[in-house]
Design a protein around this ligand. Structure first.
Ligand code: PHE
Ligand code: ZN
Length: 878
């Protein structure tokens, strides 16, 4: 136990701030090691706060230079000051101005929170609690102020000086220095503040909003990378248009800026008018980016832009409400991508992601509600549960009340709460009001952790011509929550007749559905006038984030895989059959038997490679078997990752044997012909091509390996090259080594491409992977201070390599824990994220579980654990 454990923060203990800050003027004198920040804060007592309260401002690692109230300097004994707080016991009980000067050292800031340096530029990251590393402040999201920022710095080193809002003044400041003044008229919480300064290249464009406002768009990148910013720029314009069309939301400043930086803890940040991005999610060119990169950039640009309304104009009252902005904004970016690309493909890949990460989190020791009720370290709650399950909850809400009511509720929310810091209750009240429904039970989605399980039993009565569906829901116990109540589960379904068509749904003599709300522990629905035994298509389009256990036979699922009108469920049906088969195969492998063959699965899969299937991206989803993680989750306990890998490998080889000629034909048919274009249809063709290649190379088949090598060598775009390398990397071969060496030779100097090379090697299911990863960590291209390098190499090894991270000898656990220990002091946020690799450790078979636990206990015993790491280690072990 650490002596200085901070008290956990509890939702139930929320109190309004005793003081408010209406306006902030910051004067920032840039210097690499001693930046001087003078903050003039216009404060007043909060009518909703306590009378005669002391004023305590938050700080983190700050050096106070001076402080004054209304111009009168404060003496040391008027103050109680430390690096982490500044208290004035008896401040004026009327509006007053507090001036505080602090000194910060951006060069020493390795945590990448507050003001820091990235490749010679200055940048800031303030969410969640980084502003307090710049100046003493009421650093909480319910304190909204208007900001005016003056930045001054060396003109040669920082020709570009940026902050939020609109540029109001620039000029010379003498001695080679210059300044810029920015004013943001929209009151905002401190976490949305940003400042960027440096010598950056820029791409400019313009957008005319639906109201006729001309907005200047700028994307800042390192010099020489301007041509890689074009796709990001196009994505900004597409996002702005979409938010107008889909939600009626218009942009509200004269300028919108995106800056790409290479040192960044997360993906990107929605600072008002000045989004700061991890450069990985901005830079793209056909020579350097894959289809996946193009798609990610489009989605993340959209996500951050959409925050302008869901997050910035309406923000969160406190950090427990994080899903108010994140879940909603993820939902919005998912819809954007669905509209820009293929809707079913987007849904399938989101559900794959949700299950592999969020379901895993929900089933392990780090499970928490979409709206947590307590936290020790808020940085650790930027989780798949808050983001992705949070988005599913919004999606269910829409499914439950319908699209029109959903839009009306959103309009009401924007209207009523613009400019406010809100709670989930206020958000939900808008939908209750427009729909007239009672949301009290629905709100349990925000407070109960764990993935609900729905058991479905069905019965057809030919004589009565009824089809009866019995659904039973339950939510497993999770840390701190032992008993659970039923939630509102929207079940979208169809009854598919033998002709492949949906039958009319009649319940109680009247047309019903297609969405049924399961609100009780058990629900029975009796469908009438059912002339023939149907195949039930359940949870169409994944209408609820639940685990479904049904008695539907493989035969019916295979029928649905061919005929269901719902594309999501055609995919799901085949996945379910494959998953059942893999679970049985794992048992066979573990008892030394040969897994059974599954000819009907081959038939289902073969549909993906049929030339008649015109949506290649969709076909590629059909072709992809459940992942090793999917199988592990399905098993739930006593997991042996090697057995899962063997079973899946066996199935892939069986598919190759059965589908060989068809795979080859598809592979050749899909060969690249014209120039590269990252559009969704072309990307889909490449994805399907590599799915065929992956099966052709199953088991290390020579012919498949040779083809992968040929694809690598002849590749005319980065997608083909990287995907070919990925296939090669799965099997030990001379071709593999040749291609890996070639890639390093040609692209090793570009950090983002080096990351791809790291990812491929770190995810290889080969016994020498850990040695390679250790060697790569010591290579010149690796930089432990750069979060992208760390995530690509160590993050991938921990979270993306089930067999090698979970080596039976425990070396994988010890290695990742060692890196966490190394990063604990310099970048606790990144260190804590790496520990996510341990989120399912309790479900492992006993030997591995013991070794994983030992690695975690070793960390727990380390002196001077950061709050971030300590929090995860403790919860993981609790
Ligand atoms: N708010 C960012 C987003 O759009 C994520 C983020 C959180 C970035 C904290 C940096 C720090 O999701
Ligand atoms: Zn976000």
């Amino acid at each position: 136990m650490r002596a200085e454990d901070p008290r956990p923060v509890r939702l139930a203990e929320y109190r309004p701030s005793d003081f408010l800050i209406d306006a902030v003027e910051l004067d920032v004198m840039l210097d690499p090691t001693a930046t001087r920040v003078t903050a003039r804060l216009r404060l007043r007592p909060n009518p909703a706060g306590r009378d005669n309260a002391a004023l305590t401002l938050d700080g983190d690692d700050l050096n106070l230079v001076s402080a004054a109230i209304d111009g009168d300097p404060l003496r040391v004994d008027d103050l109680d000051v430390s690096p982490s707080s500044l208290t004035i016991a008896n401040p004026p009980r009327r509006p007053f101005e507090l001036t505080v000067t602090t000194l910060v050292d951006p060069s020493a800031n390795t945590k990448l929170m507050g003001l820091y340096r990235s490749n010679g530029a200055y940048c800031t990251q303030c969410e969640a609690e980084g502003f307090r590393r710049i100046t003493y402040f009421l650093d909480r999201p319910d304190v909204l102020a208007v900001y005016t920022i003056r930045i001054e710095g060396s003109e040669a080193e920082n020709p570009v000086l940026l902050s939020n809002g609109n540029l109001v003044e620039t000029g010379a400041a003498g001695e080679g220095r210059h300044f810029a003044v920015w004013h943001d008229p929209h009151p905002k919480p401190s976490y949305l503040f940003a400042l960027v300064a440096g010598d950056l290249g820029v791409v400019e464009d313009q957008f005319v909003t639906m109201g006729g406002r001309k907005v200047t768009l700028k994307v800042f990148v390192e010099h020489g990378k301007e041509d890689r910013a074009v796709h990001a720029m196009e994505s900004i314009k597409a996002s702005m248009r979409w938010d107008e069309e889909a939600f009626g939301r218009e942009y509200d400043l004269d300028v919108f800026m995106v800056v790409a930086v290479s040192y960044f803890n997360m993906g990107a940040m929605e600072n008002k008018g000045l989004n700061v991005f991890n450069d990985k999610y901005v830079l793209a060119s056909p020579e350097t980016a894959t289809d996946g990169d193009y798609a990610n950039i489009e989605a993340i640009i959209a996500h951050e832009y959409f925050h302008n309304w869901t997050g910035n104009r309406i923000t969160c009252r406190d950090w427990f409400q994080l899903c108010l902005k994140e879940g909603l904004t993820v939902f919005r970016d998912q819809e954007f991508t669905a509209d820009m690309r293929s809707r079913p493909v987007k849904r399938i890949s989101d559900v794959r992601g949700l299950r592999s990460v969020q379901f895993a989190e929900d089933a392990g020791p780090l499970a928490h509600p979409v709206r947590p009720e307590v936290y020790a370290e808020i940085n650790n709650f930027y989780t798949p549960t808050v983001y992705e399950k949070g988005a599913e909850v919004i999606r269910m809400l829409k499914t439950w009340i319908g699209g029109d009511a959903f839009r009306a509720g959103m309009d009401l929310y924007f209207d009523r709460h613009d400019g406010q810091a809100c709670t989930i209750e206020q958000f939900i009240a808008c939908f209750a009001e427009v729909s007239g429904r009672d949301f009290s039970q629905f709100l349990r989605w925000y407070s109960q952790a764990g993935t609900p399980e729905v058991r479905i039993a069905t019965a057809y009565d030919a004589e009565a011509r009824t089809f009866t569906l019995d659904a039973a829901q339950s939510t497993p116990a999770t840390p701190g929550q032992h008993t659970k109540l039923p939630v509102v589960i929207p079940l979208a379904l169809g009854l598919v007749g033998p002709d492949g068509r949906d039958m009319p749904l009649v319940v109680g003599g009247a047309p019903a559905g297609p969405v049924f709300a399961l609100t009780d522990e058990t629900t029975r629905i009796v469908f009438e006038n059912v002339e023939q035994r149907p195949a039930p298509s359940l949870f169409r389009n994944f209408s609820a984030p639940v685990k479904v256990v049904s008695d539907i036979a493989d035969d019916d699922l295979l029928f649905l895989a061919a005929h269901d009108s719902d594309p999501f469920n055609r995919w799901q049906a085949a996945q379910t059959v494959a998953l059942r088969h893999l679970v049985a195969s794992v048992a066979a492998v573990r008892s030394g038997r040969e897994p059974a063959d599954e000819p009907r699965l081959a038939e289902a899969l073969s549909r993906a490679f049929d030339p008649a299937e015109s949506d290649c991206a969709y076909a590629a989803q059909i072709a992809a078997l459940p992942s090793e993680g999917d199988v592990a989750r399905e098993l739930g306990e006593d997991v042996d990752p090697d057995a899962i890998h063997a079973a899946r490998g066996f199935l892939k080889s069986a598919m190759r044997r059965r589908l060989g000629p068809q795979l080859l034909a598809a592979y050749e048919r899909l060969a690249e012909t014209g120039p590269y274009s990252p559009d969704a249809a072309s990307a889909g063709r490449r994805a399907l091509k590599v799915a065929a290649l992956d099966l052709l190379a199953a088991g290390g088949e020579r012919d498949g390996i040779a083809r992968a090598h040929a694809l690598y060598s002849g590749a005319r775009n980065m997608t083909d090259r990287v995907m070919a390398l990925q296939v090669l990397s799965l099997h030990a071969s001379p071709e593999r080594e040749d291609a890996l060496a070639d890639f390093a030779r040609v692209y090793g100097q570009d950090p983002l491409l080096l990351d791809k090379w790291f990812v491929i090697q770190a995810s290889a299911p080969l016994p020498d992977t850990i040695d390679r990863v250790e060697t790569l960590m010591a290579s010149p291209g690796f930089d432990i201070r750069n979060p992208n390098r760390v995530r690509s190499l160590i993050g991938t090894f921990g979270a993306g390599n089930p067999t090698q991270f979970n080596r039976p000898d425990g070396r994988g656990y010890a290695f990742v824990a060692g890196v966490v220990a190394e990063l604990n002091a310099s970048n606790p946020q990144v260190a804590a994220r790496l520990l996510g690799a341990f989120r399912t450790w309790r479900s492992l078979e006993p030997q591995r579980r013991g070794k994983a636990e030992a690695a975690l206990r070793g960390l727990a015993d380390m002196p001077r654990l950061s709050a971030d790491v300590a929090d995860i280690v403790r919860r993981a072990l609790a």
